[in-house]
Design a protein around this ligand. Structure first.
Ligand SMILES: NC(=O)c1ccc[n+]([C@@H]2O[C@H](COP(=O)([O-])OP(=O)(O)OC[C@H]3O[C@@H](n4cnc5c(N)ncnc54)[C@H](OP(=O)(O)O)[C@@H]3O)[C@@H](O)[C@H]2O)c1
Length: 394
């Protein structure tokens, strides 16, 4: 362990900054003047530094103002101590006083513990704890999920974790294991944030991940654009998923979850607590069905029988069956997430309403973005003066 006085360690070390939630948390903390260090891996074409630069430049373009550049710590959670180089580890020990562990794999299924979601979520969390320990960091903030409650029904409190519940998929099980590990092996101060299902930005509809709500929209969109059915039906898709109209799902907009976490990591009174970052007014399946119906009718292009990309009936059967299998566990009724700590600490940050209009805005964004496949505009280079834009490009 490297021993440096805590008062000199002003940086917050964040994992998962390149993801949807992480990029919003980074924006909010940079705006608050919080010095940041980001553990980021490269991808096949882009270095960790270039990935971070792109995200910050996109926010600068959106906000029309310059932001300080975070320190980049190249690292991959699947490697021991996250594969952080000795010189970077020395830097982390000198400058970082706290960790926000937000990175995770969102793969739903996988029984091999050497593969996702276990590799990043459980082994990866052990590696982040190791990194914190080696660097002498004793304040740990952990992004979990409200669905560590698994298939529980009724009221779920923020204090409860393992109560003998069954889980709906490997992702939930891996996140429950990770949270348990953080609580038992983490440093003195552990704060846990449990969002429910994160959807897009409440103002712009922007998102980069397309699970849950977006998977149903995508299914409706795909049926309309690739199979000449003439029309499709949101309510019918939900009924195929076995989702009764009166059941509810708990969606939260990414900008609100990020603002709550950014406030939590900067608020000493939040330390040691667990927060259900969930919506006080969940959305009914009937509303979801109506949104999917209206979104695909208004924003998707219907398939024409002469379209060479049209799919045959076999494709339809195979793909629909596969999608339904993955998402059936997801579209079960949610329990009631108790928000005592959240209401107390984040009362000045009310969660925006998620009504038909705001969900439709998110559906429109997803369809026009072709569910992440549409080319994104390059953010302006550093020397140019950023002008406000409508949505980040990162
Ligand atoms: N999305 C939801 O509905 C939801 C709901 C509740 C809780 N959460 C939790 O919120 C957190 C953020 O989720 P998100 O929706 O923002 O997901 P996301 O967009 O998929 O981002 C995941 C982030 O984790 C990073 N990561 C994954 N494996 C890694 C590894 N082995 N090494 C380094 N980095 C790795 C990714 O880096 P790369 O860019 O390099 O892949 C990315 O930055 C997660 O802890 C998730 O469990 C999400």
């Amino acid at each position: 362990m490297i021993d440096i006085p805590a008062s000199d360690r002003r940086h917050l070390l964040i994992t998962g900054a390149t993801g949807l939630l992480g990029s919003y948390v980074v924006r909010d903390l940079l705006l608050d003047g919080q010095p940041l260090a980001l553990v980021v891996r490269g991808d096949r074409r882009t270095s960790p530094e270039a990935r971070v630069d792109r995200i910050v430049a996109a926010w600068e373009s959106e906000l029309g103002k310059r932001l300080p550049r975070p320190r980049v710590v190249p690292g991959d959670l699947s490697r021991p101590a996250c594969g952080v180089a000795p010189a970077d580890l020395e830097w982390v020990a000198r400058h970082c006083g706290a960790v926000l562990h937000n990175a995770a794999s969102l793969s739903f299924r996988g029984s091999d513990r050497d593969a996702e979601p276990w590799l990043s979520n459980v082994t990866g969390t052990a590696h982040v704890l190791d990194l914190a320990r080696t660097a002498g960091i004793d304040e740990f903030h952990h992004v979990s999920t409200a669905y560590v409650c698994g298939l529980r029904t009724g009221r779920v409190t923020e204090e409860e974790l393992l109560v003998g519940q069954a889980f709906g998929n490997d992702y939930e099980r891996s996140k429950a294991e990770a949270e348990t590990m953080v609580r038992s092996e983490g440093p003195r101060s552990v704060t846990v944030y449990r969002p429910s299902i994160i959807v897009g930005d409440s103002r712009t509809g922007y998102t980069t991940t397309f699970h849950g709500l977006f998977a149903v929209i995508r299914l409706g969109h795909t049926l309309l654009t690739r199979v000449a059915l003439g029309s499709t039906s949101g309510p019918a898709i939900l009924s195929l998923l076995g989702a009764p109209a009166d059941d509810h799902k708990n969606f939260v907009p990414v900008d609100w979850v990020a603002s709550a976490i950014a406030h939590g990591v900067q608020t000493p009174a939040a330390r040691g607590m667990t927060f259900h970052l969930t919506h006080p007014a969940p959305v009914s399946n009937a509303t979801i069905g109506d949104v999917v119906q209206e979104a695909v009718e208004r924003f998707s292009r219907a398939a024409s029988p002469d379209d060479p990309d049209l799919c045959d009936e076999r494709w339809f059967a195979d793909n629909l069956a596969a999608q339904l299998e993955v998402y059936r566990s997801y579209f079960r009724n949610d329990p009631t997430f108790d928000r005592t700590n959240t209401d107390r600490l984040f009362s000045h940050l009310p969660c925006p309403d998620l009504d038909h209009a705001s969900l439709l805005r998110m559906a429109k964004f997803a369809i026009e973005d072709d569910f992440g496949r549409a080319p994104r505009p390059e953010p302006p280079r550093r020397a140019e003066t950023p002008k406000p834009a409508s949505a980040p490009a990162g």
